[in-house]
Design a protein around this ligand. Structure first.
Ligand code: ADP
Ligand code: MG
Ligand code: MG
Length: 245
C-alpha cells in the first residue's frame, strides 16, 4: 500500500534523509525508533506531504500511484493521516468546527451527522461537549493534545495512520486510552506507522504483525521484529548500531 523508494529529503537545501526504503501493506503495524534528530519526524512529515520537506530523490507510492508531488490535502483524501509530534495550536478555531469540517471534506458527512459522531467519539477520549468548544490545542496539556490527535484519527479512519510520538509528554492515564485507541484502529485494518522512543505503548497493543525500523542519521539502519525493541530498551541504541558498523 505504501512504498517508499530511495527517499532523499532536504530542508532548506540541507539533506536530512539519505535514501530511505519502506514498504507497508494494508493493516500492518510498523514501529520506527531512533535517537533524537535521526529523521523520524522528517520521514513522517514527508509522507504526509508537508511543503517544507523537499524530495530530492526517490519516490513515494500509495495504493500503486505515485504521490511524491501531491499536496497534503490530496494525500489526506487518499487516506493518509499524520498525528503530529507537536500538534499545532490554532487560535480562533474551535475543535468542533474544525472536526466537522474535516469530516465534511474528507468523508462527505453532513454537519449534523458529523456532530453526533464527534460527540460520541470525543467522550471515548474523555472530551466533554464543553471541551469541544475550546480552540484547537490552545492551552492544552500534553495528554490532551495527543488525545485530540487520536480523536481526529478515529473520526477519519485513514488507510494509513502515522503517529509521531503519541506517547511523548503524556500522563499514564492518557497513555492507556491512547494505546487502546491505536489498537482499535489496528484491529479495524488501518495500517500504522508508529514513531516512539518507548516499548511501553506497545504493551497494550495486541498484534500479530509488527515490524521495527531503527533510524540513524537519516537512514533506516536496522529492521526487525519486536525483540529489537527489547534490545534497545535494555542496552540502548548503541547495541543495535554497533552491530551495523
Ligand atoms: P527526529 O524526529 O528523529 O528527532 P527530525 O526529523 O525532527 O528527527 O530531525 C532530523 C534532522 O533534521 C535534525 O538534524 C534536525 O535538526 C533537522 N531538522 C528537522 N526539521 C528541520 C527544520 N525545519 N529546519 C532545519 N533542520 C531541521
Ligand atoms: Mg525528536
Ligand atoms: Mg521527531
Amino acid at each position: 500500500m505504501l512504498k517508499i523508494e530511495d527517499l532523499r529529503v532536504a530542508i532548506e537545501g540541507k539533506e536530512i534523509l539519505h535514501g530511505v526504503n519502506v514498504m507497508v501493506n494494508p493493516g500492518e503495524l510498523h514501529v520506527v525508533m531512533g535517537p533524537n534528530g535521526s529523521g523520524k519526524s522528517t520521514l513522517a512529515l514527508t509522507i504526509a506531504g508537508h511543503p517544507r520537506y523537499e524530495v530530492v530523490r526517490g519516490k513515494i507510492l500509495f495504493d500503486g500511484e505515485e504521490i511524491t508531488s501531491l499536496g497534503p490535502d490530496e494525500r489526506a483524501r487518499r487516506g493518509i493521516f499524520l498525528a503530529f509530534q507537536v500538534p499545532p495550536e490554532v487560535k480562533g478555531v474551535r475543535i468542533i468546527d474544525f472536526l466537522q469540517q474535516v469530516l465534511t471534506e474528507l468523508k462527505g458527512i453532513d454537519p449534523a451527522e458529523a456532530y453526533e459522531l464527534i460527540e460520541e467519539r470525543a467522550r471515548e477520549l474523555w472530551f466533554t461537549e464543553e471541551d469541544l468548544r475550546r480552540y484547537v490545542n490552545v492551552g492544552f496539556s500534553g495528554g490532551e493534545k495527543k488525545r485530540l490527535e487520536l480523536l481526529q484519527a478515529l473520526l477519519v479512519e485513514p488507510k494509513l495512520l502515522i503517529l509521531d510520538e503519541p506517547d511523548s509528554g503524556v500522563d499514564v492515564d492518557s497513555l492507556s486510552v491512547i494505546s487502546r485507541k491505536i489498537e482499535e484502529l489496528h484491529k479495524k485494518g488501518t495500517a500504522i506507522i508508529l514513531i516512539t522512543h518507548y516499548g511501553r505503548i506497545l504493551a497494550h497493543i495486541d498484534t500479530d504483525y509488527l515490524k521495527v525500523h531503527v533510524m540513524k542519521d537519516g537512514r533506516i539502519v536496522r529492521t526487525g521484529s519486536k525483540e529489537l525493541i527489547e534490545v534497545i530498551e535494555r542496552e540502548g541504541f548503541k547495541a543495535v548500531f554497533s552491530e551495523v558498523e
